[in-house]
Each structure stands twice: as structure tokens, then as C-alpha cells.
Design a protein around this ligand. Structure first.
Ligand code: HEC
Length: 442
């Protein structure tokens, strides 16, 4: 509150200078932060661009855009990023309007921001600017869905040494009777990779697995990493967000289960770069009855070879649904060479529908595409997942890889992956699809 007078004074100075610099700009038509721009930023940007950041995998937005004072120095960068449609981050072209976490600005909103920046980014009457809502994530220890009902951590902190650069490790934590005395159904889980150095999470990515009691361990699993360690709970990397399942949906968490943390630490080696890490996962229990049990799996392949210098190298995988199935979310996962991902349904009658089209895949943004309303796909539907890879010198120079190698499946960032994760619930005989489903809004 004490900032207010200072801010207005600053705005008055800036505003005054800018008006003089733009004499042709009619005062009453002037686009201002308070009236026109703040509402756009608040609706589309500050979920990430706010103090204390947001848990989106290992990415934390570099600056806060909740007030005029914070926003003004970034005006030019903002205009550039929104014009290029790089902010807010969203990579799917189709379908539109069906995903709850869809981001994007309308042409009009982009024009408004650009006009504002061209006019010198005036503040307007700052007392009328909308006030950003409080950051509730900061209060719940960085968890974006609120305080979890159960937190499970890696068994002990792990030290990533100074000379380490690209380290993999799998850690297991058995949930104790005390922590979880009975089986529960969870509506959400959220990973916290847990090591922040200079505001950046230094964990490159991590994957979580769930092993119910009695799960027979396959020693090869840990080596394989992603998605292998029991039931996959997915992975987080930059840009990933946790998902709250719709009302009536839940994942089984049995007492005595073991959580696996498959960690991938990636940094420059050097004196003083070592750090401790102890990742954790927070579970949110379902409060009401659960009708639909949710699982996740990947439609993908590990048996591929991407030749050196190959551009648009296509890798596909497919699966036919054995039961009527509700799809809840997609998470295409690949590494540096991946340029596009697409999921297509071919219905039993031959009709095709693109379920997700990501024409510019960017491994730096591991986005999960979450349906507002789960998508019903009948038994017999074939799901195809295709990805394109670019092993060219051009892309290698930009992304930091060697294009002279044949690339196979592997856990290191320099290897590739081709995994089309889906989270889904199969309908049991006689089970109906509730419409409209109650969907938790973010
Ligand atoms: C999902 C989270 C998220 C949302 C929503 C988001 N950003 Fe960002 N933004 C980031 C992250 C993370 C970075 C840093 C990484 C990068 O640049 O790719 C970033 C970078 C930027 C940068 C570049 C900063 C620099 O250092 O040059 C600008 C400008 C920006 N965002 C503006 C916006 C605007 C304007 C919006 C809304 C229209 C927006 N962002 C929405 C997460 C987000």
C-alpha cells in the first residue's frame, strides 16, 4: 500500500513524458495499463509472472507482472513476445476450446498490448487498475493446488556433486502406515523437484512411479526411467503443471505403496555448483465418491533409430481401445530433436479426428493438455501417436546436440524419447458418462 504514491508519481512522470513524445495520440483514446492492459495481463500472464513463481516443472517465470511498476520495464519485451505468440506459452494448434489449460491471446488483445507499448506504455489512472489476487501458492509451500493431504519425499537428501553434469538416479520411498493408514483415492498429485538455485529449479526433469504393495520389481525398470517404475504418475520438466481430476475421478493409492523418484539432474560442472536435492510429491485426496478410476500410460515406442542429419523423421505408435474409454489428458514427451507431435483417433466407422496437434514441439515446455470435459472414445477406436524429429546441423546448433549421431531411445537429454502419454478411465459395463461433468477450473 505504501508503494501506491510512489507508483503514481512514477506513472505521472512516465505518462507525461510519453504523452509529449506522442502528440498525435488523442488522450481519451489512449490505451493505458490500468484500463486496457492490466486486465489482459492478469487473465493471461500473472498465473506464472508473479512473485514467488509457480510450480511449472523446472521453469519459473523470470519476472512479476502484477503491477504497473513491475510491468513497465518489460513493455518492449512483452510486445515482442505476444506478437510472436511466444507468450503465453501454448503449442497446440488444434483442437481449440476443449482444453482447460489452453492459453492464448486474441488478435485484439495482441493489438491492444502493441498499441500500448507503441504509445510508450502509459499507466493511466493507477487507482483504477485491477489488483492482482494474492499468491496462494506461496502460502502452501509452493504447491499450486493448495496444501496437500500427504507429502512423500525422497528417502534422504541426495548430493549432486560439483563435477556432476548429467546424473540419473532412482530413489524409492515406502509410504508408512503412519503416513497413510488406509487405501485412498487421490484427485491430484503434484511433484516438487525441490532444489532452487538462483530462482531456477536445477532438476532437469523427474518422473514419479507408484508401486502398490506386492508389485514385482523388474530390475530393468529403474534403468529405463520414464514411465517404467510401476504405474507412471508422469514426469515434470519445464512447463509442466499438476492436474486436478474432475469430480468423480480418482487414482488409487494403496497403503504401503512405494513411490519411485526417477531424478535427472543436469548442470554445468564446476567448483561450487554442487547442491542437495530432496524431491517430493504431494497428494490430494478425493473428498467425494469416485466412480471413475484413472490410469496413465504411454502410447509410444523405444525401438527407433533416427539417422544422422535426418529432417522430419517420423516415428509412430498406435493402440486400439479395448473398452469405451474417457481420455482426460495428453502429454507428448520427447527431447531436443522433436519438432511436432500429433494424436489421432480413428473411430470404428473409419472416421478420423485429430485429438491433439502440436506443430511446434518444444521440449523446454512439457505441457499437459487437459480436457475440460473428458473425451469419450468408443471401444475399437485406434489411437495413433506420431512425432517428427529433426536431427539436422541447423537444429543441433540451436538446441545443443550433435547431428552426426544415430539417435536411439534413452533417458539422457541427448538421447530421444517418443512417448505419447494419456491419462484415462475405462468405463465398466453399464457405467454411464455423466454430462456435464463437473470440472475444477484453474
Ligand atoms: C505458464 C507460465 C507462463 C505464462 C502464462 C506466461 N509466461 Fe511469460 N514466461 C514464462 C517463463 C517460464 C519464461 C522464461 C522462459 C522463456 O523465456 O521461455 C517467460 C518469459 C517471458 C518473457 C521474456 C522475459 C525475458 O527475460 O526476456 C516475457 C516478455 C514474457 N514472458 C511475457 C509474458 C506475457 C506478456 C504473458 C501473458 C500474455 C506471459 N508471459 C504468460 C512463463 C509464463
Amino acid at each position: 500500500m505504501k508503494l501506491q504514491p510512489r507508483m503514481s508519481a512514477l506513472a505521472a512522470v512516465l505518462g507525461g513524458v510519453l504523452v509529449m513524445a506522442q502528440p498525435g495520440y488523442a488522450a481519451d483514446k489512449r490505451v493505458t495499463y490500468s484500463e486496457h492492459v492490466a486486465p489482459i495481463l492478469q487473465a493471461n500472464c500473472i498465473s506464472c509472472h508473479k512473485p514467488a513463481g509457480k510450480n511449472i516443472g523446472s521453469l519459473v517465470a523470470p519476472m512479476s507482472l502484477t503491477t504497473y511498476e513491475e510491468t513497465r520495464p518489460w513493455a518492449r519485451a512483452i510486445a515482442r513476445k505476444v506478437k510472436a505468440r511466444e507468450m503465453p506459452p501454448w503449442f497446440a494448434d488444434a483442437p481449440k476450446g476443449v482444453f482447460s489449460n489452453e492459453r492464448g491471446l486474441t488478435d485484439k488483445e495482441i493489438e491492444t498490448i502493441v498499441a500500448w507499448v507503441d504509445a510508450g506504455a502509459p499507466g493511466g489512472d493507477l487507482s483504477k487498475a485491477p489488483v492482482a489476487p494474492p499468491n496462494t501458492e506461496a502460502e502452501s509451500g509452493g504447491y499450486s493446488l493448495g496444501t496437500p493431504d500427504l507429502i512423500v519425499k525422497m528417502p534422504q537428501p541426495y548430493f549432486v556433486t560439483d563435477d556432476a553434469q548429467d546424473v540419473q538416479g532412482t530413489f524409492h520411498t515406502k509410504i508408512t502406515e503412519e503416513q497413510l493408514p488406509q487405501d485412498v483415492l487421490v484427485r491430484a498429485w503434484e511433484f516438487r523437484a525441490g532444489t532452487y538455485v538462483a530462482g531456477k529449479d536445477t532438476v532437469h526433469h523427474m518422473c514419479g512411479g507408484l508401486r502398490p504393495p506386492g508389485f514385482v520389481e523388474n530390475p530393468a525398470d529403474d534403468a529405463e526411467g520414464e514411465g517404467a517404475a510401476g504405474l507412471s504418475m508422469g514426469c515434470i520438466a519445464g512447463g509442466a503443471e499438476p492436474a486436478l481430476l474432475p469430480e468423480g475421478f480418482g487414482m488409487e493409492l494403496k497403503k504401503g505403496s512405494t513411490i519411485t523418484f526417477n531424478m535427472h539432474y543436469y548442470k554445468q560442472a564446476g567448483a561450487g555448483t554442487g547442491y542437495w536435492n530432496q524431491a517430493e510429491v504431494g497428494f490430494y485426496f478425493a473428498k467425494g465418491p469416485v466412480t471413475y478410476k484413472v490410469h496413465s500410460k504411454s502410447i509410444g515406442t523405444t525401438g527407433f533409430e533416427i539417422p544422422p542429419h535426418k529432417v522430419n523423421y517420423r516415428i509412430g505408435a498406435a493402440e486400439t481401445l479395448k473398452k469405451d474409454t474417457l481420455y482426460l489428458a495428453y502429454w507428448p514427451h520427447a527431447h531436443l530433436r522433436a519438432t511436432a507431435a500429433r494424436y489421432t483417433a480413428t473411430y470404428p466407422d473409419g472416421r478420423k479426428e485429430v485429438l491433439l496437434d502440436v506443430p511446434r514441439y518444444d521440449q523446454g515446455w512439457q505441457i499437459t493438455y487437459k480436457y475440460k470435459q473428458p473425451k469419450l472414445l468408443p471401444k475399437g477406436t485406434r489411437i495413433d501417436v506420431e512425432m517428427l524429429f529433426d536431427n539436422s546441423a541447423d537444429r543441433g546448433a540451436k538446441r545443443g546436440f550433435n547431428p552426426n549421431l544415430t539417435i536411439r531411445n534413452g533417458p539422457r537429454t541427448q538421447d530421444e524419447m517418443m512417448l505419447g502419454f494419456v491419462s484415462y478411465a475405462e468405463l465398466e459395463p453399464g457405467q454411464e458418462v455423466p454430462t456435464p461433468l463437473q470440472q475444477q477450473q484453474e
